[in-house]
Design a binder for this molecule. Structure first.
Ligand SMILES: Nc1ncnc2c1ncn2[C@@H]1O[C@H](COP(=O)(O)OP(=O)(O)OP(=O)(O)O)[C@@H](O)[C@H]1O
Ligand SMILES: [Mg+2]
Length: 315
């Protein structure tokens, strides 16, 4: 598999604060690569550095072999960016917005015309070509934002939370479009806070936290790094004066329990995958006066992987 993007030892500081800390990863040609991490993890900072919008302290980044510092213009032409904050000109029409961004990459004449037309078609906004963004819904603006980032047919598309604030239908449309872009040969880097989106479309995922790499791999590989565990969820009702801290400390000491936490009235136990008998846990919960309202046992998802590796929640 060909390496299309290489990020080596990237470090980026804002004043004294280190937002990206010695981060290394590579993205294969033709894959959708997910960046997953909580708010402030350094996802947007990393993406902005790769697109050359933002400078950086240390590290080496190449796009299809082109160094983004030494070979900046070549690298830039390969990249399309869909930024987290919608970047559109409110007084230009949809078509004029796409035209403007595509022309920044040197497209002219009939090539430019067909690129604009195709990009609007691709995001389902052909019939809104004359509409100005200020009259568009949030979801339509998001789609136009995508059209502006992809019109010049970039080989590497960087999308920073492109589905924030869009309805289910637009979301489906956007996710489907991203897969189509990959199937046409583009390489995509994608961030989202929606775990199910990342699970759905990403071929491989990098989990980052505090600007550092926590783990990288396919969903299955990531889960297998912590997969000697499974998750037991017991729904209960917790009174405000209940001593959660002591209770969780007791639960953690029971056989096969690795970690215990409480999430919205649900006791979440991370237990050894081999554990079969849950009665001890239920008895202990009941002995503390908590009712058992429901029990489910699940194998892990990415959120659980993140918690298992960092001890913190993603959101
Ligand atoms: N221009 C800036 N000046 C100072 N600090 C910044 C700046 N931009 C980002 N930061 C800080 O760098 C850290 C990483 O921010 P970044 O926007 O990359 O996070 P993120 O992973 O994209 O988060 P989110 O999920 O909220 O979009 C945060 O602590 C943020 O406050
Ligand atoms: Mg961000």
């Amino acid at each position: 598999m060909k390496e299309f993007l290489s990020v080596k030892n990237l470090t980026k500081n804002y004043g004294d604060f280190c937002a990206v800390d010695d981060l290394s990863f590579s993205v294969h040609e033709g894959e959708i690569f997910g960046l997953l991490g909580p708010n402030g993890a350094g996802k947007s900072t990393t993406m902005n550095v790769i697109t050359t919008l933002s400078d950086f302290g240390k590290g080496t980044i190449t796009v299809d072999g082109a160094d983004i510092i030494k070979d900046k213009e070549k690298a830039r032409r390969l990249i399309g960016m869909v930024p987290q904050d919608i970047a559109l000109y409110p007084f230009l029409s949809a078509e004029e917005n796409v035209r403007f961004f595509a022309s920044l990459y040197g497209l002219r004449g009939t090539k430019l015309n067909s690129a604009v037309k195709e990009a609007l078609e691709f995001v389902g906004l052909s019939d809104k070509a004359k509409m100005k963004p200020k009259k568009m819904s949030g979801g339509m603006q998001r789609r136009l934002n995508i059209a502006c980032g992809i019109a010049h047919d970039p080989k590497l598309i960087i999308m920073d939370e492109p589905t924030v604030g869009v309805d289910a239908q637009s979301r489906e449309h956007i996710l489907g479009s991203i897969k189509t872009l990959r199937d046409r040969g583009a390489t995509v880097i994608y961030t989202s806070h929606y775990m199910n989106e990342v699970e759905d479309i990403c071929d491989r995922i990098l989990i980052i936290d505090h600007g550092k790499s926590v783990a990288v791999g396919t969903e299955r590989e990531l889960i297998s790094t912590v997969s000697d565990s499974k998750v037991l969820k017991i729904t209960t009702e917790i009174k405000s004066n209940f001593n959660e801290k002591d209770f969780l400390a007791e639960m953690s000491k029971l056989p096969d329990v690795k970690k215990a936490r409480i999430e919205d009235g649900v006791i979440v136990l991370e237990i050894n995958a081999s554990a079969k008998d849950f009665t001890l846990y239920l008895e202990h919960i009941k002995s503390r006066g908590l009712p058992i309202l429901g029990i489910t046992s699940e194998s892990m998802n990415l959120e659980d992987v993140f918690i298992a590796l960092t001890g913190r929640e993603l959101r």
